[in-house]
Design a protein. Structure first.
Length: 360
């Protein structure tokens, strides 16, 4: 029995080649947005109105010839307007590029591009060897991009999130003061926003990455909360995490852990009676499905997982190598293996992540 050769579709070839060319355009465009964000070019345009290349160069301390090429490229891409030799930033684009607490603030995504490009050589070697890529290889800009991209979600969305977690909200308001720890806290945004809303709660954040803890402490100082929120370089099994916690959070970080069951088991031992562990992971479909539309966050998470989440998890051995896509059934099984008696998906309406409540 012979198998018929697949039909070759020239139109499909053309469409796919066009798609890859479009993706290349998008990647290059993001790098030019990165330049504009890093050098303050967008800020100058927003503050001073339409500018000529010479005016932009003078306002930002950059070279006029580079400024002109960048302005023209931005106008060609539709990011800036161009009229009579002057270039302007539309107010809607200014929100997305400059307003750090807006839910539409997407400029931090451009910080990820140089960091990921810089990690390509070790990542290629990791693909060949099966080893991982340590988190620190991705550098400061990746940390900054993560921090700045997630900050608006908590600055603007934490009140609604906590309203959907009434038992957690009630405990954080009650006496004696609730003890809270955010595990793998990164730059500390979640801890700081909790401290703003729950002044009596005792809040701390822990992370194995010393540079992230330095950022968290600096953020707490800037917010005037350095005496109310404590940050430490340590992991969940550190004996200095003594006593019991009423609320433990793992925000989009369980999938980075090489041994997630061991981490969950250690955290279960730290929970106070009736305490809750909040595990936040990407909002996924119940099962793998392909293709996914461009705007689907699961599609974005898959791409980041290939380039960052899986390699960093594999940097520690042995590793469960979860990757960023942790579906509900998988997380439920991890919780069962760790000994949790209660597992529930919290009714938090969020477009990108899902909240899970675990109780001992």
């Amino acid at each position: 029995m012979t198998t018929a050769a697949p039909t070759f579709d020239p139109a499909r070839l053309e469409a796919f080649a066009g798609r890859i060319f479009g993706a290349a355009n998008g990647a290059l465009e993001l790098l030019t947005v990165y330049i504009g964000e890093r050098l303050g070019l967008y800020g100058a345009l927003a503050e001073r109105g339409p500018l000529s290349p010479a005016e932009l160069a003078a306002a930002t301390g950059t070279d006029e010839r580079y400024a002109r090429e960048w302005l023209e490229a931005q106008a060609v891409c539709g990011i800036l307007t161009a009229e009579d030799g002057r270039f302007g930033l539309p107010p809607e684009h200014a929100v997305a590029l400059l307003e750090r607490e807006s839910l539409a603030y997407v400029a931090p995504l451009t910080n990820l591009q140089p960091a990921l490009v810089g990690a390509m050589r070790p990542l290629l070697e990791a693909f060949r060897s099966g080893a991982g890529v340590p988190y620190e290889v991705y550098g400061a800009e990746f940390r900054e991009g993560q921090q700045d991209f997630t900050r608006p979600q908590y600055v603007n969305g934490l009140d609604a999130i906590m309203a959907s977690l009434p038992e957690v909200d009630a405990r954080l308001r009650a006496q004696p003061p609730a003890r809270v720890v955010d595990v793998a806290c990164g730059a500390g945004v979640f801890c700081i926003e909790l401290a703003r809303r729950y002044p009596d709660a005792e809040i701390e954040g822990i992370d194995l990455d010393e540079a992230s803890i330095d950022m968290a402490r600096a953020n707490a100082r800037e917010a005037g909360l350095e005496h109310r929120v404590r940050f430490h370089v340590r992991d969940a099994a550190d004996p200095r995490l003594d006593g019991r916690y009423d609320v433990i959070a793992i925000n989009d970080a369980l999938h980075h852990m090489a041994q997630p069951v061991a981490a969950l088991r250690a955290l279960r031992a730290l929970l106070a009676p009736e305490g809750r562990l909040l595990v936040v992971e990407t909002r996924t479909a119940p099962h793998f499905h392909a293709p996914l539309p461009e705007g689907d966050f699961e599609r974005f998470s898959y791409l980041v997982s290939v380039l960052h989440c899986l390699p960093t998890a594999l940097a520690q051995q042995p590793s469960a190598c979860l990757g960023a896509i942790v579906r509900e059934d998988t997380l439920r099984e991890l919780a069962r293996q760790a000994g949790f008696g209660s597992f529930a998906v919290a009714p938090v309406d969020h477009p990108m992540v899902r909240f899970h409540e675990l109780m001992a």
